[in-house]
Design a protein around this ligand. Structure first.
Ligand SMILES: Nc1ncnc2c1ncn2[C@@H]1O[C@H](COP(=O)(O)OP(=O)(O)OP(=O)(O)O)[C@@H](O)[C@H]1O
Length: 239
């Protein structure tokens, strides 16, 4: 059972502009929490604080070990390695014997076994993100931090990757940053809405049923509409 991640009395400023002050937050272990909010509100900064890439001026973060994977908009595949070698990268970096059979099995799960020996440059953006997902799964991290991993993809590729990711990462502690209310409603166990400066964080009701939710689910469509309305209000207040 993965532990909860707790942020306690967290304060962080960029050059004197307070992003968060005395923030307390609990992220459920083994669940997918989506951070949603207008552009520039502080989603990526919060994710970087959780990852330990930024140090808070005050407060602490508990429940996060070294077992963290990161997936961003950039897939960060090594162009000189094959798809399969990219999936097994963590073994190479740790000086361990790569498990070729497991890497191939993961490539089967992301429907890319037939390009295991290809170079990343020959793949589409969506295929490359599927390789990045297989690499994340190969590393067997307890916590997966995702900063808009699907933002650059076309809508159909995005929908299928959301389904695949939510299915394959079940049971892990996932923190997903997105602008997209539909993505939040499809993938989240918990939705946190970020607003204000310093940040206020509000738990937002999640549609019924387990993720990944289908796009024609009436509850999902209603929740998506409500989220759009709320984000639009936040946007109008900010200008
Ligand atoms: N390296 C930095 N130095 C100074 N200020 C920064 C830095 N990175 C981010 N900021 C500021 O912190 C605030 C939050 O930025 P952040 O990237 O966390 O927002 P975001 O919600 O992830 O935005 P987006 O959705 O557009 O990616 C912004 O005002 C931004 O200008």
């Amino acid at each position: 059972m993965n532990p909860d991640i707790t942020l306690h009395d967290l304060s962080f400023s960029w050059g004197g502009h307070p992003l968060c002050q005395h923030l307390d937050l609990r992220l459920r272990g083994g669940k997918t929490t989506v951070l949603l909010g207008r552009s520039g509100i502080g989603k990526s900064t919060l994710l970087r604080l959780v990852a330990g890439l930024l140090q808070p001026q005050q407060g602490s973060i508990r429940g996060i070990s070294d077992s963290v994977a990161w997936m961003g908009q950039q897939d960060l595949l090594y162009p000189w390695l094959s798809v399969q070698d990219n999936v097994m990268l963590v073994a190479r970096l740790n000086g361990e014997k790569p498990d070729r059979a497991r890497a191939l099995h993961l490539l089967e799960q992301v429907k890319l076994a037939d390009v295991a020996h290809a170079r990343p440059e020959t793949l589409s953006g969506g295929m490359r993100q599927r390789v990045a997902l297989a690499r994340t799964l190969y590393a067997e991290r307890d916590v997966v931090l995702m900063d808009e991993p699907f933002a650059t993809l076309d809508v159909m590729t995005k929908l299928s990757l959301q389904t695949l990711t939510a299915t394959l990462l079940q049971g892990k502690t996932v923190l997903l940053v997105t602008h997209d209310p539909l993505e939040a409603c499809r993938m989240a166990d918990d939705i946190l809405l970020l607003s204000g400066q310093p940040l206020r964080i509000e738990a937002w009701p999640v549609p019924d049923g387990a993720a990944p939710r289908t796009i024609d689910d009436p509850g999902l469509l209603q929740a998506q509409g409500q989220l759009f309305t709320r984000l639009n209000q936040d946007e109008e207040k900010s200008v």
